[in-house]
Write a protein that binds this ligand. Structure first.
Ligand code: PLP
Length: 1002
């Protein structure tokens, strides 16, 4: 009834014929109107008696924004056919209402958008800043309204605080309101202007397809506009952005920086954001408490307070540092006077007293960077014994050598450096000081006059030991600070806060590892422009993603050492340069994973590190089977390279030792090994052996398989030859449907599916015979991997093998992906099937990164191949390869990695299964041990290629490397090194859960 009435009004006055549906609205009638061309409108019929000025103000403000900043994503007012923006029309009860029409903006509200990325929040800031600019000259009598949501008038809550009955909450609000009272004079001195005044997360619209960055598509609802300093507008938006945000400081920095980019802020304004944000939240909770008293039956009123209390009581923001952070994010000085201090240091460079008592211009630099150094061997654990030797390669008879500023290092391994719950969470890795390494006892001299600000002993493992902070003053009266860490604590007996040190005065000495926190003797020399927020507890290293803050707060101290900045400033290899080089020198089809590729320079077990020391959980790479950088592999490789590395034309015990180890893992019929360089080469050889043994040429192989990159291997790899632009199917190759019982012809409910899939081999054999090729054999990845991490139904392979053998062929099991313990319960995939192959191919993991392939077969087949022509692979079976290969297999045994694959694999599988119940886009979770696949589907059950790509890229953003596979690339492939631990499995499921929620939010 109502809908029909307003649809008629819309047609009559605006000439728009549309379907209407009702939208939420507290007092007013709001409708979504959609015309025949799917163009959407918002028709607003205000409550009867609504003040005209209030609506008139909004209409005019929207029109003003459209005129001043047409690019801002704000709705447009649509005038009626006779040119009016605001009409008075009767509702179906005959009551007059003010009615107006806006165009509908795309997207959904920010509250329901995910992910709430810093880039999106930055854009919200920009849009809000843009709106403030557009409204700066907007005038309307309604702006001077007197109402409780005008932040300037927030003092009203003071008299209402008794309504908060919890004493600790009340005193928290008292404190906020006192802070606000202190701020009021400065706030009142700022110019007033028209502001939106309610950029909450329901008034910001967000659009963007999956896989595209989300963008702000609307700033709506000007119903709370008033005149106030623009910083109130930003603080109100900020108050909503931080609620329940996992990283509120970064989010605030993004918001404020975005606003600043559109509408530059002064440092004084930036400093007001945090107290005003807290004030706004205080107003909200007081207001809703009062409303709850008036409406005791409405639970919503109190529920809506919860996030604000969580934030206010949770002390979620680091107040002191936040000011510096927000200023730094805007490119403003972190503290007033910072620019003058830096200019003075620049002017005085060269005139400071030498810290180490000598000119450091010629002192060599030594890098401890993630890229150039292998300290520590285990980037998750720095033993004291290693710390005491850090950088020993740069030692030169006690000569001073220096460590870089801005250098990402892996030596900070303690959990205190971690920024999140997981081992692969970001960690503080970038050095904010310059080091000077010299023998313990080396004296140090104050570079300039300073007063002791702190003199302490920090006895923690790998802490500072003795540490002194001096406060200095420039001639203009600006202060700054210098820190000296890892000292002999003897100086603490003499120096107390307040003591003054003259320029050039000797004041401390380098400590030895027993005194300095455990490190090789050196001083950590750091500059800070303020101690606000860090006091005496300065972080010596920063998160690489927060360097905008740390470099502003703790700039390069080179000037104080009379050195040029460039000498001591570290510059990691630029990823962009490497990418450009790669594009210049490599073929275009050498593909890179991820929209934003990763450059990885270190690894340890199942983690890898990029050039900034950011850790990644490697849940994808099966080559580092026993883990990246395994010390036993390092040792055995180094040992053999010291001796000699030759080929199989000479005897060496390592060859037979390796062969015996491989064969010990196989059924008795396997007695002969061939050593080659890769899985590809092993499969090529398998083809030759099959042909030599059978005299036939034809091969049967499942669709979507992959066996290598050479001409012969490609011919049996449908995954390659059948791709657009592929070489196509050779006439001696017959494909059979892959035994996929999730999506294939025979599904899990069918108890005979194994036999039915196997029966598909019969016509393939018949065709090969017809063509005169005969049947040389059958080759399959035991569990098809590139086909989508498929586990064929039990009994499939034995049934196929029977048919192939009956046709005279041999059966080749490509165990490159599945072998060597990955499956947990089985050492090889064929064991699961109860099948006995004739030839087994191993690759990838068997060398743990060293190029190595192995083919194992029977004496009979090997004899057929032994036709008088030498078989020789120059590097295949080299001494080095044999030693590494055997070591890998020994490590799998010694470290019980197969068992680990079983246990952690089962845990991971269980976690993924639990997600399957939660997320409609998970069609199937399958796999065994650490060979797992998650098939993603669209609502209609089809392959969700786009979602898969989105998830893979977002997992990378969250520091987890996984892959994607399947003919439609919609299966997440999880295949980590066998060292993965239970916590890492939890990380994978927890992050995947979060990302799949984002998928649902699009
Ligand atoms: C099942 C299978 N076989 C063979 C190969 C080829 O191995 P390589 O690339 O080491 O030559 C691969 C490589 O991905 C594979 O997955």
């Amino acid at each position: 009834m109502t809908l029909a009435h307003w649809a008629a009004a819309l047609e009559e006055h605006w000439g728009i014929k549309a379907e209407l549906s009702r939208l939420d609205g507290e007092y007013d009638l709001n409708f979504l109107a959609r015309d025949a061309h799917s163009q959407g409108y918002i028709l607003k019929a205000m409550r009867p008696g609504c003040e005209t000025w209030l609506v008139d103000m909004q209409v005019k403000a929207f029109e003003h924004i459209a005129a001043r900043q047409p690019d801002l994503p704000c709705p447009r007012v649509i005038a009626s056919a006779d040119g009016r923006s605001l009409l008075t029309l009767p509702d179906e009860n005959g009551q007059d209402r003010l009615v107006w029409l806006l165009n509908q903006l795309p997207g959904r509200c920010y509250a329901k958008a995910a992910p709430k990325s810093d880039a999106l929040i930055h854009e919200i800031g920009e849009v809000l800043g843009g709106s403030a600019k557009a409204l700066s000259d907007f005038r309307h009598e309604g702006l001077e309204r007197d109402f409780k949501w005008d932040l300037m008038r927030a003092g009203w809550i003071r008299d209402q605080l008794p309504c908060i009955t919890d004493p600790s909450r009340r005193s928290l609000l008292e404190e906020i309101s006192e802070d606000f009272a202190k701020l009021e004079p400065a706030l009142a001195a700022l110019p007033n202007q028209a502001i939106h005044n309610d950029a909450n997360d329901y008034n910001i619209m967000v659009a963007g397809e999956l896989g595209e960055p989300r963008r702000v598509s609307g700033l709506i609802d000007l119903g709370d506009m008033c005149a106030a300093p623009r910083i109130c507008d930003l603080a109100i938006a900020a108050a909503y952005i931080v609620l329940d945000h996992p990283a509120p400081e970064a989010a605030l920095a993004a918001l404020v920086a975005g606003y600043h980019a559109a509408s530059p802020l002064t440092p004084a304004e930036v400093d007001m954001v945090c107290p005003l944000l807290r004030t706004r939240l205080a107003v909200s909770v007081v207001n809703s408490t009062l409303m709850a008293a008036e409406n005791p039956d409405d639970p919503y009123v109190t529920i809506s307070q919860a996030p604000a209390w969580r934030f206010l009581e949770g002390n979620t923001l680091h107040g002191g540092l936040l000011t510096a952070r927000l200023r730094a994010a805007c490119g403003l000085p972190v503290v007033d006077g910072a620019g003058r201090v830096m200019a003075w240091l620049e002017q005085e460079r060269g005139n400071f007293a030498p810290l180490m008592g000598q000119d450091l211009a010629g002192a060599p630099m030594g890098s401890l960077s993630v890229e150039h150094s292998t300290w520590p061997q285990n980037p998750f654990q720095m033993p004291l014994e290693e710390a005491a030797r850090v950088g020993e390669e740069f030692e030169d008879n006690g000569r001073i050598w220096m460590g870089y500023y801005n250098e990402p290092r892996l030596i900070y391994t303690d959990a205190a450096f971690r920024r999140g719950p997981w081992k692969a969470s970001n960690r503080r890795s970038v050095h904010l000081a310059v080091d000077a390494f010299a023998p313990a006892g080396t004296p140090m001299f104050a570079p300039l006059r300073g007063e002791v600000y702190a003199a302490e002993y920090r006895d923690g493992h790998l802490d500072y030991g003795g540490v002194i902070i001096l406060r200095h003053e420039t001639p203009e009266g600006d202060s700054f600070y210098t820190l000296y860490g890892h000292l002999d604590p003897e100086c603490l007996n003499r120096l107390k806060p307040g003591d003054v040190m003259e320029k050039g005065e000797e004041f401390c000495r380098l400590g030895d590892p027993g005194q300095n926190g455990g490190w090789a003797p050196h001083v950590h020399f750091q500059l800070a422009l303020t101690t606000e927020g860090i006091e005496a507890d300065w972080p010596g290293v920063g998160d690489p993603d927060e360097m905008y803050l740390w470099q502003s707060l703790c700039p390069n101290p080179a000037a104080l050492l009379n050195l040029p900045d460039e000498k001591v400033r570290y510059r990691p290899t630029s990823k962009e340069d490497v990418l450009a080089g790669r594009r210049a020198h490599f073929g275009g089809n050498l593909s890179l994973t991820y929209k934003d590729p990763v450059m990885l320079v270190r690894g340890w077990k199942h983690h890898m590190f990029d050039e900034w020391g950011r850790p990644y959980l490697d849940a994808y790479n099966n080559v580092p089977h026993v883990g990246h950088a395994h010390p036993r592999i390092q040792a055995v490789a180094a040992d053999q390279l010291k001796r000699m590395n030759s080929n199989t034309r000479y005897l060496h015990p390592a060859q037979t030792a390796f062969a015996e180890k491989v064969l010990s893992k196989l059924p008795d019929r396997f007695e002969v090994c061939f050593f080659v360089n890769s899985g590809t080469e092993a499969n090529e050889l398998a083809l030759r052996l099959a042909r030599a043994h059978t005299g036939a040429k034809g091969m049967v192989t499942p669709d979507h398989g992959y066996h290598g990159n050479t001409t012969g291997a490609i011919d049996i790899s449908a995954y390659k030859f059948n791709k657009p632009g592929g070489v196509g199917q050779a006439d001696w190759v017959e494909l059979v449907e892959v035994a996929d019982d999730y999506r294939g012809s025979f599904r899990r409910g069918d108890p005979d599916r194994a036999q039915k899939f196997a029966d598909l081999v019969d016509p393939a054999i018949a065709r090969l015979r017809e063509k005169g090729h005969g049947v040389a054999g059958f080759i399959a990845e035991t569990f098809p991997s590139v086909g989508g991490q498929i586990i064929p139904p039990k009994g499939y392979l034995p049934a196929v093998y029977d048919k192939i053998r009956a046709a005279g062929g041999v059966c080749i099991a490509d165990e490159v992906q599945t072998g060597l313990g990955r499956l947990g319960e089985y050492y090889f995939g064929f064991e699961h099937q109860g099948a006995l192959p004739d030839i087994i191919v191993m690759g990838k993991p068997i060398g743990n990164g060293h190029p190595l392939g192995v083919l194992a077969t029977t004496k009979e087949i090997a004899a057929s191949f032994d036709n008088g022509i030498e078989f020789f692979s120059t590097f295949g079976g080299s001494t080095l390869s044999c030693r590494i290969g055997k070591e890998v297999l020994d490590i799998v045994d010694d470290e019980s990695l197969q068992e680990n694959a079983r246990v952690v694999g089962a845990q991971l599988f269980g976690g993924l299964k639990a997600l399957e119940g939660k997320h409609a886009c998970i069609g199937d979770v399958r796999g065994m041990g650490l060979f797992l696949g998650v098939e993603l589907i669209n609502p209609d059950g089809s392959e969700a290629t786009e979602i898969c790509s989105y998830v893979k890229n977002r997992m990378r953003d969250h520091r987890i490397l996984i892959g994607s596979e399947g003919p439609k690339d919609n299966i997440l492939k999880i295949r980590p090194p066998l060292t993965i631990e239970p916590d890492d499995a939890d990380m994978i499921t927890s992050v995947l859960d979060e990302i799949l929620r984002e998928v649902a939010a699009v």
